[in-house]
Design a protein around this ligand. Structure first.
Ligand code: AMP
Length: 421
């Protein structure tokens, strides 16, 4: 960093300042990991990124990459006892680059929070009331919300004076009409237990649907987009004029598409059958459907690159897994076409969607009648940001749009608490 930056030891009150603070630290706290990025929203640049993995183990990993002035990635392993120690390790790494958490340029910390229920429809400045509502949602997000809360509490202890903002994975989907959000079960029972379709990956669906509109030279309000977020977790959404009207994940991220390790849609009676006839407990079925199903359950691999390699060698199980994955994806494209009535674009994003030309081609193969096709040459191009892969003049644009959840969280945080807003 340049010497003009405040030294890590400088306190906020010592520092003369002419421009309002515009840096946002984005934190994604999991149960045993913390990922972070520091962004400067005055020019939307990224200053640093990193992660702490295997928190609580003896071989925790701290990896930090300064993204300005050509700094190199630093990595070390060793015990990081808990989230408090993890955030302190992050703070030390940032300070070593002159980007310490005590910098007066730091405006806010934006937290990814997985489950905001029906309650949180927008990014929200965190206070005690917000914390207790996130806590109340733990029964519907038992893995994620406790880890998110730990991250928020730890970050607040480090900089109690800064606004901490929660950006919810579910928020973008709160515009779904009741006809899409309700399961067809007894209403009183559903409401008593908060059983409804919430949807996830909302930050990504929001970012990608807007970026797709931009790619088409239109405002989000002018276009209808089907977003296919295909990573290890996978979800589809139908976005009409910038608002989500349906999405494939439900009460939890288990519903919908075939994923890396999750089954996606199936007859709920499979669960009773496995319990009654297979003698499995609820926890065992839960683990089966979330961790040992999807691509990994079907063929032993959840990495699409490895599956394609095996298919090229004639592996039948890998081929069947791919075919089931594609079959489900096509069903959702068709379903969301019907939900939207008019579709302007289908956008592929996340690890598989951005990188696998084979998945994109197979997903729309034979759908020319619906106006959907990919151009072989365009589809084969690798990298290069948001781009069209449909043929010139196609009725529906097929696009590859790299997702950027950190940028979306930083933008939403900045829009909420930035001085100019
Ligand atoms: P994500 O959850 O978005 O990080 O996506 C991770 C998944 O993306 C991996 O499990 C792979 O299946 C897939 N992936 C990453 N790179 C490629 C690639 N070059 N080709 C096909 N799939 C890929």
């Amino acid at each position: 960093m340049s010497s003009a930056r405040p030294s890590p030891a400088t306190t906020p009150s010592d520092e003369p300042r002419s421009t309002p603070p515009a840096r946002v630290l984005v934190l994604n706290s999991g149960s045993s990991s913390v990922k972070y990025q520091l962004l400067d929203m005055s020019d939307s640049s990224r200053l640093a990124s990193g992660l702490v993995e295997r928190i609580g183990e003896r071989t925790s990993l701290v990896r930090h990459t300064p993204l300005v002035s050509g700094g190199e990635t630093r990595e070390r392993t060793g015990p990081v006892a808990d989230h408090d120690a993890a955030l302190k390790a992050m703070a030390e790494e940032l300070a070593a680059d002159g980007l310490g958490l005590d910098s007066p340029e730091l405006l806010a910390i934006g937290h990814r929070v997985v489950h905001g229920g029906k309650y949180f429809t927008e990014p929200t400045v965190i206070d005690e009331r917000v914390l207790s509502e996130i806590e109340r949602l733990i029964p519907v997000a038992p893995l994620h919300n406790p880890a998110n809360l730990t991250g928020i509490r730890t970050a607040t202890a480090l900089r109690p004076d800064l606004p901490q903002v929660a950006v919810f994975d579910t928020a973008f989907h709160t515009t779904m009409p009741e006809s899409a959000a309700r399961y067809a079960i007894d209403v009183e029972t559903a409401d008593a237990h908060r059983v409804r379709r919430y949807g996830f990956h909302g930050t990504s669906h929001a970012y990608v649907s807007r970026a797709t509109a931009r790619l088409l030279g239109k405002a989000p309000e002018e276009v209808n987009v089907i977003v296919l977020h295909l990573g290890n977790g996978a979800s589809a959404s139908a976005v009409r004029a910038g608002r989500c009207v349906d999405t494939s994940m439900g009460l939890t991220p288990l519903e919908g598409l075939v994923m890396g390790t999750r089954s996606g849609d199936m007859d709920p009676a499979v669960i009773f059958h496995l319990m009654r006839v297979g003698g499995m407990s609820a926890d065992e079925v839960d683990a089966l459907l979330n961790k040992r199903s999807g691509l990994v359950g079907l063929c032993g691999d959840n990495d699409m690159r490895e599956i394609r390699r095996r298919i090229s060698e004639g592996d039948e199980r890998a081929k069947l897994a791919f075919d089931i994955y594609i079959h489900r994806l096509r069903k959702y494209i068709g379903a969301y076409y019907a939900v939207l009535g008019r579709v302007d674009a289908v956008a592929f994003t996340a690890g598989v969607g951005e990188n696998s030309a084979e998945v994109r081609e197979a997903a729309v193969a034979g759908l020319e009648g619906l106006g959907l096709a990919v151009d072989g040459e365009r589809n084969a191009v690798r990298g290069g940001g948001a781009r069209l892969v449909s043929p010139e003049g196609a009725r529906i644009a097929v696009a590859v749009v790299p997702t950027d959840e950190e940028m979306e969280i930083a933008q939403q945080t900045y829009a909420l608490v930035g001085k100019d807003n």
